[in-house]
Design a protein around this ligand. Structure first.
Ligand code: SAM
Ligand code: SF4
Length: 496
């Protein structure tokens, strides 16, 4: 059995390996076709949009068919071993294309490129270029280098790069919801996690460029933005020299930027609660979501801000990883069970009706049955709306790999995972059933996957809602839906 993912949009299983399509920038077609596919978290999909933006400026056109491409890029994930295996298998499939077209350039981008660096070129002879997540601006040079017969590598990590000035090309988009990166990297050093090594030090993007990007999306018809970072609660912007100039866009964006400017001028800087407020002020018609929150950093201020603005969605992804304090300490999560429960209680107190989802790792080094039971009892306490559940996968170079033995047998990891998956199934169903008879405000995203007689969209709490298509509403609009029944993943109802 694979790790189980109950999909929401931040790590969307249905998008793994998706190829991106874009038009070349006007008047710049260089006659070369780019094929780019992405794996892993939303941050990687968002990065592929930055790569697409950089290369469209160079005149590249994209294709969804790798067999006709001149350049193939694969944007990779290293978070678990099976994610890397998936990429290696995919690379084997590209060998066929290279045999047919010896001039083809094959590049590996993202976390695997960063983790394995130049070694990748030796391991995978097919690969010509290896580019880490902070080096995408260098892609045109690197492609030139490969064209001149050399292999090319740039895996330099940066303390500053946020690609703030690059307006991402929105790819394969429904024109309604978009991801917006607000920070990069991570300073947390959770012992199991490879991210700090592959994505470098944490840095926040300037709030002006975030508000400008969200305002631009709103003006183009988008109605939902998800602010992305590995630990959004540690967002911090202090520099005043960036000059948070008043926007020329909507009046609301002007108001948002004034708020940011006042905070910077007062020396307080812009924190995540402030940023949420600034984005929420763009328009009450623009829904704001965010991910991922960290239990050690999420403040009551953030919770009060969520509660204050109707357009900041009542949904928090708060990864617990384990319900046992000894395991949390070994994981270097810097909170314990009581702290996590305190944060859950604060959410319940400050934001009535807030959905909470989580990430769980089972079978971490030395985890006993009793310690696993603490994770189960945490699930009983919180009754999560959704969960991403994983078996521990040792990652080379991480603190856990250096310090602890990966000593839980595969069958036990599997058994524990199956137990929490079954438990989560119950609670997802319980949460969905509790919505029956309620009216949900739904942002229509498009036709449902199963039938073009139904629309689908998300509720404020991020539940997928299905309801019949009607003449008076269309994708991109909000409707009130009376929930009549549910599965464990979907609410079903009618517009009222
Ligand atoms: N920054 C986020 C956080 O702190 O929760 C998420 C980062 S990571 C991309 C997403 C999830 O992958 C983690 O929350 C964790 O549950 C899981 N994960 C990370 N490393 C793992 C490992 N070595 N084995 C199994 N699961 C892992
Ligand atoms: Fe990894 Fe921890 Fe950073 Fe999340 S907070 S990216 S789990 S190190």
């Amino acid at each position: 059995m694979m790790d189980l993912v109950i999909p929401d949009k931040v790590h969307d299983e249905s998008r793994q390996g998706e190829a991106l399509i874009l038009e070349p920038a006007a008047g710049k077609n260089n006659g070369r076709k780019l094929y780019i596919e992405s794996y892993g978290c939303a941050m990687n999909f968002s990065d592929s949009e930055i790569v697409a933006s950089i290369l469209s400026e160079q005149g590249f056109e994209t294709t969804a068919d790798f067999s006709v491409a001149d350049v193939i890029f694969i944007n990779t994930c290293s978070i678990r071993e099976n994610a890397e295996q998936r990429v290696r298998n995919r690379l084997k499939e590209f060998t066929v294309a290279k045999v047919r077209n010896p001039g083809l350039v094959v590049g590996v981008l993202g976390c695997m490129a960063e983790r394995l660096k130049a070694k990748f070129l030796e391991e995978e002879k097919l690969v010509d270029v290896v580019v880490g997540p902070d080096a995408y601006r260098d892609l045109p040079n690197l492609i030139d280098q490969v064209d001149s017969g050399q292999k090319a590598v740039n895996v330099l990590l940066s303390r500053e790069e946020t690609y703030a000035d690059i307006s991402p090309v929105r790819l394969n988009s429904n024109g309604i919801n978009a991801f917006v990166s607000i920070m990069r990297g991570c300073d947390n050093m959770c012992s199991f996690c490879v991210v700090p090594f592959t994505r470098g030090r944490e840095r926040s993007r300037d709030p002006q460029s975030i508000v400008a990007e969200c305002t631009d999306l709103f003006n183009k018809g988008y109605r939902e933005v998800t602010l992305l970072g590995q630990n959004v609660d540690s967002y911090k912007w202090k520099q005043s020299e960036a000059g948070l100039a008043k926007s020329e866009g909507s009046e609301e964006a002007g108001e948002a930027l004034s708020l940011g400017e006042d905070l910077v001028e007062a020396g307080a800087g812009v924190n995540f609660a402030n940023l949420l407020e600034m984005v929420a002020l763009i328009s009450p018609e623009l829904r704001v979501r965010f991910s991922t929150s960290h239990p050690k950093d999420i403040t009551d201020d953030v919770l009060y801000t969520i509660n204050q603005y109707d357009n900041i969605c009542n949904y928090i992804h708060l990864p617990v990883q384990s319900g046992n304090s000894r395991i949390l300490e070994m994981m270097n999560r810097t909170y314990d069970r009581d702290w996590y429960i305190n944060r859950i209680d604060a959410i319940r107190r400050i934001i009535p009706d807030c959905a909470v989802s989580t990430d769980v790792i089972t079978g971490f080094c030395s985890e006993t049955d009793e310690e696993h039971d603490d994770t189960v009892s945490m699930m009983d306490y919180v009754k999560y709306d959704f969960a991403y559940m994983f078996k521990y996968s040792e990652r080379p170079g991480t603190l856990a790999a250096k310090r602890y033995k990966d000593d839980i047998p595969e069958e036990i990891k599997q058994k524990r995972l199956a137990q929490i998956v079954a438990k989560q199934q119950e609670y997802s169903f319980y949460r969905m059933q509790a919505r029956i008879g309620k009216v949900e405000k739904v942002l229509i995203e498009g036709y449902s996957k199963k039938s073009d007689k139904d629309y689908c969209g998300r509720s404020d709490q991020n539940a997928m809602v299905i309801f019949p298509v009607g003449d008076n509403y269309k994708p991109g609009e909000y409707v009130d839906v009376l929930v009549e029944r549910s599965t464990s993943a979907t609410l079903i109802g009618k517009v009222v």
